[in-house]
Ligand binder design. Sequence first.
Ligand code: C2E
Ligand code: MG
Ligand code: MG
Length: 598
Amino acid sequence: MYNGSFNNLDSDGDSNQYEALIANARIMLVDDEPINTEVLQTYLEGEGYTNFTSTSESVQAIEIMRQSKPDVVLLDLMMPDVSGFDILQMMRNDKSLTHIPVVILTSSDDAETKLKALQLGAMDFLAKPVDASELALRLRNTLGAKAYQHHLINFDQLTGLPKRDTFMEAVDSQTILMSGNKEKGALLHIHIENIKSINSSIGRENGNKIIQTFARRLQASIQSTCSIQNALGIETSVKVARVGGDKFAVFMGPASKPEQVTMLARKIVTDTGQSIKLDEQLYFTSTKIGIALYPNDGDDVQTLLSNAETAMSHVRDHGGKENLTFYSTSMDEESASILAIETGLQTAIERNELRVTYQPKVDVKSGRIIGAEALVRWISKDLGFVGPDQFISIAERTGQIIPIGEWVLKEACAQAAVWREKFGFDFHIAVNMSIRQIHDSDMRRTTKDSLEESGLPASCLTLELTESMVMENAESNIELLRGLKSLGISLSIDDFGTGYSSLSYLQRFPLDELKIDRAFIEEIQTENHRAPIVRAMVSLAHDLEMSVVAEGVETETQLQFMQQLNCELYQGYLRSRPLIANAFEELLLAENQPSKAA
Ligand code: C2E
Ligand code: MG
Ligand code: MG
């Protein structure tokens, strides 16, 4: 069941929530004359209220309030021993009572008395003797204001979903019930991947619209999964909340089997991963989910939320195609190593720990090296060798990729200019670029500077962007990439075949080269069914006037196949692994005579 009522944290129908809160409101009546409280209660029962706490002992009023937690207090001012003013003052000094609205019942018309009561926090006045219809209206308004305040405190204004604390309280109460019945459940920590870059490229307001759409899809997805499971006779209920800017949480319980949870998570990934249309443009977000199981991964909501977040970070930091995973204790160790990488990266450049290696890009027809792809390596003094697969996605998340990428670009351009000069041909250098560099830094300026400082012609530089990066936030990328390309450089789409390109978009990007992902080349050898896909990719690229690079060519068979398809270039261990500059120069020397000018 998808919980729909106010108490169950549903988000839709604000007015229903107010109605519910008003109808169920607990009203406390404090008057030293018992007859007055009786009359008031009778009036209010006539209006449909059912929940009352009354006292004529003003001395006990505060204690009763603490216990019964009323939604509103109707308070007489003139009482012996402890007056209404005293009670107001005590309520102001007590954290648990200070937010309860108070309506004063007074026969006094004295302005000073009213002012004093207002100063002490009273919300409204009712003249004694009380008029029944006025009482009902004032009470309604006061409760309405309280319901609104309650909504502001507990619900996120953008999505209408419960906030973190509200969600935690609700899950807490639910797990208490579940523990009695020995039931199982699961908490999902959900992250929308690229909201930050969407915000920086199309503005916060549009970013907010995307978050709203995401939240709607998330709710619809949960609702439909619950309906399916209920139809299958599986009893469950789901709570959902927005727990951070780009983070949501879902609690499913009872959920006796992990498959039930996987079904929900998969459906959320698919439903929320569809492109979002805004002002006739498509935006792509991706969803990552970490799951912690109750009670195995934590028997309190705090632990569950934190472990689910650890699992989500694991998915995110691995930068792979996996979108969801279950928490495991080994992830805690991994979090520690991720933290070490984050810290180490901050000083990697100044401690001179980064190196650029070069992997030949080879002309398929002639077999000659026409240039290289620059691939960064990190030999940390503290952590030893850390591969790019381990640190690039972390650097992308923390923003460290901006200085690192800039360093690699400068280094690679300078080295390419040296080889161009030394061997007398237009040595082409390809440098990997993260989308964050284009969104969060002046990549055009950096590229221009690197070219000018090194003296390398723009036509000798190719910047590579992975397919998934290009497609996320596609529309704004088109503009930014056009700006970069106007420098005269080439642009390449890396790891093609893994990022679910929209083919209509592909045509609109100013791309010169398509690199077929290694996975497709790998299968040429073994499973011929992949061969038609490679063939189609090559022909697509050629139709779009792009040249093709085959990545990860390891065997002669693969090379021959690419030759037959008229693929222009290849890279791979068949020719060479990535090499440090000196070793790469040996390769060049074997093929070329150094030019006399050098
Ligand atoms: P990529 O750009 O697709 O680079 C190709 C990767 O495939 C390299 O891994 C390379 O060593 C590997 N490779 C090349 N030929 C073969 C082969 O025949 N067989 C096999 N099994 N592998 C082969 P590497 O160097 O570990 O880089 C991994 C990824 O890290 C790169 O993938 C790229 O996306 C990223 N990366 C590396 N350097 C940089 C950088 O300076 N900036 C950015 N933003 N990303 C980088
Ligand atoms: Mg690359
Ligand atoms: Mg690649």
